[in-house]
Structure formats: C-alpha cells, structure tokens
Design a protein around this ligand. Sequence first.
Ligand code: GLC
Length: 534
Amino acid sequence: MTQQLTGAATASGTRTRWWRDAVIYQVYVRSFADSDGDGIGDLRGIEERLPYLAELGADAVWLTPFYASPQADGGYDVADYRVVDPLFGTLADAESLLGAAHALGLRVIVDVVPNHTSDRHVWFRDALAGGPARERYHFRPGTGADGGLPPNDWQSVFGGPAWTRVPDGSWYLHLFAPEQPDLNWENQEVRAEFDAILRFWLELGGGGVDGFRIDVAHGMVKAAGLPDIGTPEQVRMIGSQTLPFFDQDGVHEIHRGWRELLDSYAGERIGVAEAWAPSAERLALYVRPDELHQAFNFQFLRCPWDAPAMRTVVDESLAATASVGAPTTWVLSNHDVVRHVTRYGGGTTGLRRARAAALLMLALPGSAYLYQGEELGLPEVTDLPDELREDPSFFRSSGQEGLRDGCRVPIPWAEDGPSYGFGPGAGWLPQPDGWGECSVRAQTGNPGSTLELYREALALRRRLAGLGDGPMHWLDAPAGVLAFARPGFVCTVNTLSAAVELPAPGRPLLSTSAPDISGESVRIPGDSCTWWAI
Ligand code: GLC
C-alpha cells in the first residue's frame, strides 16, 4: 500500500525520497480527538479526523505513544510495546487507522521508546524479583558507608537523582521518572527485542507503519563504568555538553542496525531521531547515509525571534546536514515545549510572529514538523490548576520547570460543546474560555485565519516544485529582515515590530500580513512573512 503513495517529492525511479521534504503533523494522541467520551483522545478519534489532515496538506502523521502504559509520563513509559492501551483503543483500531491513512495518501510514523521501559514492564517486574531480566537494566550497588547514596552523581532530566533504591538495597538508573527504568543496551536480548518490536509495527495490517520517531535516540548508550559528571553545574547542563549518558558514540551502531532493518522493507520506512546533541555537527551524525533519515532540529525550535540568530541557525543546520547528504528538518513546537505563539511573546504579537515563523519554516529546504493546534494559532495554556497537571517533570521540579501540560490541552474543533468538539464530554485537561474561537470550524473558510494560512502555505509548497528539497541563498536585506531565494521564489521575513521598506522582490503569493507595494518598492509590515513569485 505505502509503495503507491505519492509524496510531494515523488521523483521518477523507485525511491521517492518522500521524507526529504515531507510536512509531518504531530498528533499528541490523548489530546487530539476523543471518540468515546472518556475525556482522552484515541485512535478512532484520529481516524475520524484523518480527512482534515489530508486536506490540510500534511504528507505524514506522527502519533505519540499509544501503547499499554500506566501513563506515568504520558505513555512514554511503555509496559507492553505490542499492545494498544485500552485508553486509546485496540490493535484492530491501529490497523484500521493505518489503512485509512494510507488510502488518503498519508504516511504514519509512530513513537518507539527504547531508552527505558515502564516499571510495570514484565522485564522490570522480573528484575525487581531478582530474575535474569535484571541484566537488561542498570542495577548498581550504592555508595557511602551503607550503600545509601546513589551510585553516581547523575540527575534525572525531570529533576532529582537519576537513581532509585529498591528493597534489596541496590539502585537502578532512570534518566527520566523513577517509573521509567533505563534499559541496558549492552545486553543483546534488549537489542533483539527492539528489532522484533520494530518488525511487529512495520508488518501490522493496514500496510504497517511508515517509520518511527525514536524517543531519546541519543541516550540509549551510557559511558562505560557510568562515571560521575563532576560539578553540580555540569550535572544540569543537559543539551550543551556531552554527558556520559547522552550522545555517546555507541548509539550510532544501534541506529545503523535499525536503518538496515528499515531498508529491508519496501516503501521507504523512516527513522527520526529525537536527539539532543551539543552541536549541529554532532546532530548530523545521526543522519549519515547509513543511519536515520531525520533528526529534529531543536536549535531552530529554541532560536529567539531575531533575524541574525535565525539566519545563523539556518546556515548551521543546512551546512551540518549537507555535510552528510541529509535533509534538514524544521520544527517550532512539540508536546514538550511551550507553544511558539507564547514563546514569541504571546497575545497578538506572539501570534503574528508565530504565523510568520511558520511561513519561514515552510519556505526553507527540508522537512517540517507541525505540532497539533499550531495551525490554529493556539497559545500555551498557562493557568492550569496544579491539581490537574500530569506532567511528571512538574512534580519533580517544585513547579519551577517542566510545565509541559500547557501545550497538551485538547484541541478545539468546534465553537461550542463540552470540549469544543474534542469529544462528547469534557477533556482530560480543561480548555480555556473562548477556545472555540480558535477552533477548526471557526477558522475554516475565514481567509484571515491561521488555519487557512497553513492550508494555503502547504498547498503552495506542493505546487511550487522547487520548494522542499532544493537549494536556497540569502539576499541582501535591511537589518532585522531575512530574505532568501529558492527556485522561482523569494521569502521575506520582517522580525522587527516596525514596517520596513525594500525593493519589491516579485509578485506576492502569500503573506501573514499584506505587504504595501508601491511601484518598485514594498513596505513589509512588522512581524510578518511574505512569499513572492519571481
Ligand atoms: C522524550 C519525549 C518526552 C518524554 C521523554 C521521556 O523527550 O518527547 O515527552 O517525557 O522523552 O520518554
């Protein structure tokens, strides 16, 4: 089935390389669409809304984990990798969803969570009981006189020590929550099991999955001997240095193996790394020709709304991925970060910038990831009551960090109803008053809406054959403005709040705020982006 799909980049020949410029829409399953009224989004809800995603112009959908899980970390704590959690549906629902997506020309990528299991996984239960599965995790004696101190100084990404003591006195490693014990990837049974899990999903009915988003792809291998990091400052510097548990060279061998496995299936199934690496060059190693296809570009996501900073990130990203022959990916939001409307200042300013950033992202060469609701211009929900929060990082960090629930609020489909069309009843997190004004129904057919902007941008991106995976070069532009050319096309972005005048680059195709053209010159409104035909 997948072999018949025609992506935006369909070329002659057998390999379409569809992923090189694909627009991939992230569905956070529990917050997308609830078909059965339990307040939690589910697979049937997604299937019902697939036509919306196809019509939006997405090439593929990425589904966050829907596997059997106690939900200690929104499903990133998997108790059984081959079972759909009843919260989200059944395996038959997954097959049906895959078939329906493929019939609409949409590919489907699913999450795989190989760095850790749930503490309810049968292996970890066996490990706690002193069984042989203990070798599949990292158990160590403690330090200090009675072994009462953790084996080393590693901190959990969610705060607090990365070790928890068990009744027999030993400690186990968890880079995330205690309910997420890290697997030992030196153990061959772990490797074999994950090969089998990948095959299971690739071979499922409905055409199987088209690829995997690999959770914590940089964390599976730990430095030999699990050495201390050093000072408390270094211990918390995740993402800005090579830590003994992140971005170790050994992870690449695993990804090479997975690439071979993916390539043994027809239809160009892909692997996407969620990898935090200290530089664009280190990140590019994950997408060498014999490794994964894509890696999320978090440098772009983290970049402030500032022209020189954005230009630097774009240049560095393109140079690093070009050095290994891979496409760059672009992403502005996901289920782990504050939504970009809010990051860019919130309110109308934040929304103007977010719309402009989206058009910028979609004009750059490479593949783009959209996070559900960004096409509606949704802001972060910042006033959720603490007692309703579920994010484990909130509870482990005194409420100072890790506010990841605010981007996970169920999205609005309709102007009214108990959850604005998310489902027949209320959603698992409350939606703000007025959420219905942002809904799909309210924005559909409204030419100024963010939804119609995305629809038009994605349609144009498909029509303009040179967009996506082609070359780009920068054009001269006033301070605060980015201007670059693609084949037959120019994109201008004004990151200043004031309008800027420049020579009109061509005929406007699409803009987030209409440019004012007079004769040869054009005034570009503040915080806006325009696409031009040349
Ligand atoms: C990834 C996921 C995040 C999860 C973590 C642990 O970063 O995106 O949501 O909490 O891995 O699995």
